[in-house]
Design a protein. Structure first.
Length: 172
């Protein structure tokens, strides 16, 4: 099964082999990290592979180990086979994610949105988000980079259908 990048949400990556029986270390990008264990099926993409080069892989087992996780896969029975997976990104089909409540958004849905202030001035597009601990911050690329805290005080509307985020923020 090959899947397009737009349909895949990256939830982690495969690290170095663990032991000699085909286990690998796994790094989770989910919040909380344990959520990684609940998603199936996993898709893998080798590092440096062409976009869309995702393939399904059957995860036989995944468990907590130290501060991370270890996993094993169908058909991967030795260290050499596990080594071949090192560096692969782990993804899941976007439809596998749980629905969000009103006024909650996945970061992936905000990236690329046009940001417009109350005067109708386009500030740019959301390039990425930063997690600061206190709040998430939108990183807007336009004539200049703008950082806007993703809080109700500044973000007044998110229209996913129109791909527009309205903000109470002055262009500088």
């Amino acid at each position: 099964m090959e899947t397009h990048d737009d349909d895949v949400v990256i939830i982690g990556h495969i690290g170095a082999p663990y032991g000699v029986r085909g286990w690998v270390r796994v790094v989770s990008y989910t919040d909380p990290p344990e959520n990684l264990m609940g998603y199936r099926p996993w898709l893998v993409q080798p590092s440096g592979a062409d976009p869309g080069a995702w393939r399904s892989i059957e995860c036989s087992a995944v468990k907590s180990h130290g501060s991370g996780f270890i996993a094993t896969f169908e058909g991967v029975t030795d260290r050499d086979q596990a080594q071949a997976l090192t560096g692969c990104r782990i993804g899941v089909d976007a439809e596998a994610l749980p629905a969000v409540d009103d006024n909650e958004f996945y970061w992936r849905d905000l990236i690329g949105q046009t940001v417009v202030n109350q005067r109708g001035e386009v500030l740019g597009c959301v390039d990425r988000l930063i997690e600061t601990g206190a709040r998430d911050v939108l990183v807007i690329n336009g004539l200049q980079e703008v950082l806007i805290p993703f809080v109700d005080q500044f973000v007044t509307e998110v229209d996913l259908d129109k791909r527009v985020i309205r903000v109470d923020w002055e262009a500088e």
